[in-house]
Structures are given as structure tokens and as C-alpha cells.
Ligand binder design. Structure first.
Ligand SMILES: *[C@@H]1O[C@H](CO)[C@@H](O)[C@H](O)[C@H]1NC(C)=O
Ligand SMILES: *[C@@H]1O[C@H](CO)[C@@H](O)[C@H](O)[C@H]1NC(C)=O
Ligand SMILES: *[C@@H]1O[C@H](CO)[C@@H](O)[C@H](O)[C@H]1NC(C)=O
Length: 489
């Protein structure tokens, strides 16, 4: 009443409007009452109908395919490997490390036929990319092949027969120098509904690269996954989309441009590694984030991950722990030897570090700066994540033990991995504590934990086992017990 009076005392022109409002409110209320009582089902206002129709149309088409509800596995994935005839002879060795023709499906996309196809049975079949000479390419630094490589998913989709189409849930792209840990790739993909549109991958380590390209782009070398419905949507627009971005550099930024047109953002998964760095990956591999290790890239650019070995052999070496406990590979755990006052950091299946004195977990979780940035400079502001400076104190130089062997011990019902000291000169140290230099070998016991990533993410705990032997250290790694935390005592 009061408001009405105020209205009427105001501008007179409002009055007929006010009356109309009352009628409108009355009408809406009655319509609503009728609607909620479901007396007249057809009297729904039309926007309700269109709204629900829209929802129905957007819902993914549920096909009645056998095994629709089974968990995603390797047989639901098709790999698309971006390669070139020029580097094929060398790069195929990386693919052979992880690709299993009997268990996996995929194609290598080349610019032209290669002659030395002798060991082809251990590799994915080769496909030659379609002609892209009609597409514009205007980037002065890049190469036209970017267009060809950006069309791999669309071309793969075109090549699939109808049976394959029914079973494919994910398209996974990688370069010829990308190595996947496929068990962990599957663990990541299982988190997502393949019936929806997903674009999953990760960024570059380099802040500048992310600025030049995009913080919303899946870097092609680290590899990325596109769900089937998104691949279909992409293939419908891609050739038109590519025409609009002649100035872009590569294939992954072209994909991202089309994703932006589709409105599908990047779902970031930190286990895909572009590794846009130089030098020694050690710091990154010794302090991996608490997430499954999915891929690694630029293996020709960085030093071999195990010293005194070829690049290919050093990656092959990592496949032993991958087979024993893929979920746990390269996972970090941190513990202390309280009698000797040492800090121990395990990167399971790869390396163990022993430090004199106590470092907190928040320090040890940061990758140490063993690597250079993408422009070959030691500049920690170059990264989009925290790094730990290499300590200047001669006593704090870590003693590094690289994995030298791993097996499953049936009697102990656990994995046993052995780490041997990397013999490098250590500066003199005057601290009055046991010198970790007297240790030659570290033995780590760890039960395989295939369901590690089915639980909420948590770093494993490690415990230094006390023994009388001076030159060997025994460590147990596993799920933290109730109340167990990593604290310096
Ligand atoms: C490097 O490897 C070679 C051959 O495997 C071996 O003879 C040599 O001792 C190794 N060097 C170091 C420093 O480990
Ligand atoms: C071995 O350990 C696993 C758990 O890691 C357990 O499920 C299994 O029963 C054990 N097997 C034997 C023979 O003790
Ligand atoms: C172990 O170290 C202690 C103290 O440093 C030393 O007395 C002992 O002889 C060493 N034992 C062996 C087997 O080397």
C-alpha cells in the first residue's frame, strides 16, 4: 500500500504501469499455482519448454554400445603421434620404449613415406598426412608442417571404421619425442566422463612460453587428450578454423584457437610434461608434484636422466619401476634419519637424495634448480612454479643415489629397488655428523599401490630403517600410517 501511494504521488504517468504490474504479478502467480499443482500440464510458459528442449539436445547422445559403463582402458584410446620423415630414424626409438602394438592403437603421422621401415612391428602404423598446401601459413619463425600436425585428430577420426568409432573414447596426441606412462595416462582419463567434451593437458614450464603461446593451451610435446565428442566437434570446424589463424606458430596453438572457438577450456593435469627446459631434469624428477607421472618430452634437449648413459637407454631404465608400480613411479617421499641428522628424499624408481641436516618438507617439495630455462639461462623467475636454490653451504650438497635395479620380491611381497651412489667430488664439510658419503647403496621397500590415485592426493611417507651396516641404508616407502606426518624431530 505504502509503495503504491508513493508511486501514485510521484509521476502520474507511472500509474497505468503500476496497475499493469499488479495484473502481471497476479497472472504469473496464478499460472505458477496452476503449474505447480500440475492441473494443466500444457499451460507451461513457453520458455520452460524451450529450456528443457535445449537441455535434452545438449545431453550427450547415449549410444547403446556394449561395455559403455566399463572403466576406460587402453583399448578406448587412439594415439596420434606427430612425426616427421627427417627425424624418424632417431625419434622412433623413443616411441618403441612405451608403445605396445598388441595393447594399443595409434598412428604415426609423417609428411612422406620413409624407407627404413624394418622394425615397424614394434611401432604404430604410419600414415601420411593429407595435403595442406591450400591453407595459409604466415608465421616467419615456424614451419608449415604445423598445419598438417594440427589436423592429426581430425584425420585419425576420418580413418576410423564404424566399429572403432564405437569403442574410441579418447584421442591422445604426442610428439615423436614424447614418452608416455600409459598406465598413468589411463588413471588420469578415468577421472573424466568421455561422453562430455574434454581437452586435457598441461602448460609449459616456461612462463614466457606460456605468455607467447597461451596459459590456456595444452602443449603438444607434453601430450594431450581430447574426448570423442570434442574430437567430432573439432573435426567439423577445424579446416575453417585453421584458415583464420595463419599467423600462429605451431600445431598445438592452432588446436587451442579452435578450442577457444568451441568454448572448451583446458583441463589442466600436471602429470603431462612438456619440459621446456635445458640441462639436467634431476630437480624436476626428484620433486614431482603429487599427481600421476603421465609423460615426458624434449628428451633430446635435456641431458640423459641417468648419468653415463645414452638418452634412450636412460628412459628404458625407468620402464622397470614402471612395470612394478606405475602409480608410484617418480613419486616423492621425505623422511629423516634422526640418529644421523640427515634428510632423505626418495623419488621412487629414480633416485634418492641424502642431505646433512634438516630440510623441511616445504623446501624439499620444490624442485631444485639443476636445470636451465628454455633460453639456456639460470633464471628462477622464468618458471610458473617455485624452485629451490642450490645451497651454497658445502655441507648441504646432496648425496645422490640413482636407481640401479628394481624387482618384486615374492617372499617379502613388496618391491625392492636399489639405488647406487653417484660418485662426484664433495667439498669438505666441518659439521660434526656422520658423512653420508660412507653409504654406497640405498635399498627401498615399497608395496605396489595401484589404487594410489583412487584416493585423495597425498604424498607417501618414508621411514629410515635402523641397521648396523654402515654402507647401506634401508628405507620403507608407503601409505602414511594414522597420525604419521613428515616432521623434523
Ligand atoms: C660409465 O659407463 C661405462 C660403461 O658402462 C663404465 O665403464 C664407466 O665406469 C662409467 N663411468 C662412470 C663415471 O660411472
Ligand atoms: C601381498 O600384499 C598385498 C597388499 O599389498 C595383499 O593384498 C596380498 O594379500 C599380499 N600377498 C601375500 C601372499 O601376502
Ligand atoms: C661403522 O662405523 C663405525 C663408526 O664410524 C665404525 O667404528 C665401524 O668400524 C664401522 N663398521 C663397518 C663395518 O665399517
Amino acid at each position: 500500500m505504502k509503495r503504491n501511494q508513493k508511486d501514485s504521488s510521484g509521476v502520474s504517468m507511472i500509474r497505468p504501469g503500476g496497475k499493469l504490474m499488479i495484473w502481471l504479478i497476479l497472472f504469473i502467480s496464478i499460472t505458477y499455482i496452476i503449474y505447480t499443482l500440475k492441473i494443466v500440464s500444457t499451460s507451461r510458459p513457453c520458455q520452460y519448454l524451450t529450456f528443457s528442449e535445449t537441455i535434452l539436445q545438449q545431453r550427450p547422445q547415449k549410444k547403446a554400445v556394449a561395455g559403455e559403463h566399463e572403466a576406460t582402458d587402453l583399448n578406448h584410446v587412439v594415439f596420434g603421434i606427430a612425426a616427421s620423415s627427417k627425424l624418424w630414424k632417431k625419434r622412433k626409438e623413443y616411441i618403441k620404449i612405451w608403445y605396445k602394438p598388441k595393447k594399443m592403437r595409434g598412428y604415426v603421422w609423417l609428411d612422406k613415406e620413409v624407407t627404413d621401415a624394418g622394425d615397424q612391428e614394434n611401432l604404430p602404423p604410419i600414415r601420411i598426412s593429407g595435403d595442406t598446401s591450400s591453407f595459409p601459413y604466415a608465421n616467419k619463425k615456424g614451419s608449415r608442417s604445423a598445419i598438417r600436425l594440427s589436423r592429426i585428430i581430425s584425420e585419425t577420426l576420418k580413418h576410423l571404421d564404424s566399429d572403432s568409432r564405437k569403442s574410441v573414447r579418447w584421442f591422445v596426441m604426442g610428439d615423436d619425442d614424447t614418452v608416455f606412462v600409459t598406465d598413468n595416462l589411463i588413471r588420469v582419463l578415468r577421472k573424466y566422463d568421455h561422453g562430455q567434451m574434454y581437452y586435457i593437458g598441461s602448460l609449459s614450464e616456461s612462463h614466457l612460453q606460456n605468455i607467447f603461446f597461451s596459459y590456456g593451451m595444452a602443449y603438444g610435446g607434453g601430450g594431450f587428450a581430447i574426448s570423442y565428442p570434442l574430437a567430432v566437434a573439432l573435426s567439423k570446424i577445424q579446416d575453417r578454423c585453421i584458415q583464420r589463424y595463419p599467423a600462429l606458430y605451431g600445431s598445438d596453438d592452432r588446436i587451442q584457437a579452435c578450442m577457444a572457438e568451441l568454448g572448451v577450456p583446458l583441463t589442466k593435469e600436471q602429470g603431462f610434461h612438456q619440459y621446456d627446459v635445458h640441462g639436467n631434469l634431476f630437480g624436476l624428477l626428484a620433486a614431482h608434484p603429487v599427481t600421476p607421472f603421465v609423460s615426458m618430452h624434449h628428451l633430446d634437449v635435456v641431458e640423459p636422466i641417468f648419468p653415463n648413459m645414452t638418452r634412450v637407454r636412460s628412459i628404458k631404465k625407468l620402464t622397470t619401476p614402471m612395470k612394478l608400480d606405475s602409480a608410484g613411479v617418480l613419486q616423492q617421499s621425505i623422511c629423516y634419519d634422526k640418529y644421523k641428522s640427515w634428510t632423505v628424499s626418495v623419488s621412487w624408481g629414480y633416485a634418492v637424495q641424502v642431505f646433512r641436516g634438516s630440510f623441511s618438507p616445504r623446501e624439499m617439495e620444490m624442485p631444485s634448480r639443476t636445470f636451465l630455462n628454455w633460453y639456456k639461462k639460470a633464471d628462477y623467475t622464468a618458471y610458473a612454479f617455485n624452485t629451490r636454490p642450490v645451497s651454497r653451504n658445502p655441507c648441504q650438497k646432496p648425496f645422490v643415489f640413482y636407481m640401479s635395479g628394481a624387482k618384486f620380491d615374492k617372499q617379502l611381497n613388496t618391491t625392492v629397488s636399489e639405488y647406487t651412489r653417484h660418485r662426484v667430488p664433495h667439498p669438505a664439510c666441518r659439521w660434526e655428523m656422520t658423512n653420508p658419503g660412507e653409504i654406497n647403496t640405498i635399498v627401498v621397500y615399497k608395496k605396489p599401490d595401484p589404487h594410489l590415485w583412487d584416493r585423495s592426493p597425498r604424498r607417501n611417507c618414508c621411514r629410515v630403517l635402523q641397521t648396523k651396516r654402515n654402507n647401506t641404508l634401508w628405507i620403507n616407502v608407503g601409505v602414511c600410517r594414522a597420525g604419521e606426518v613428515t616432521e623434523v624431530k
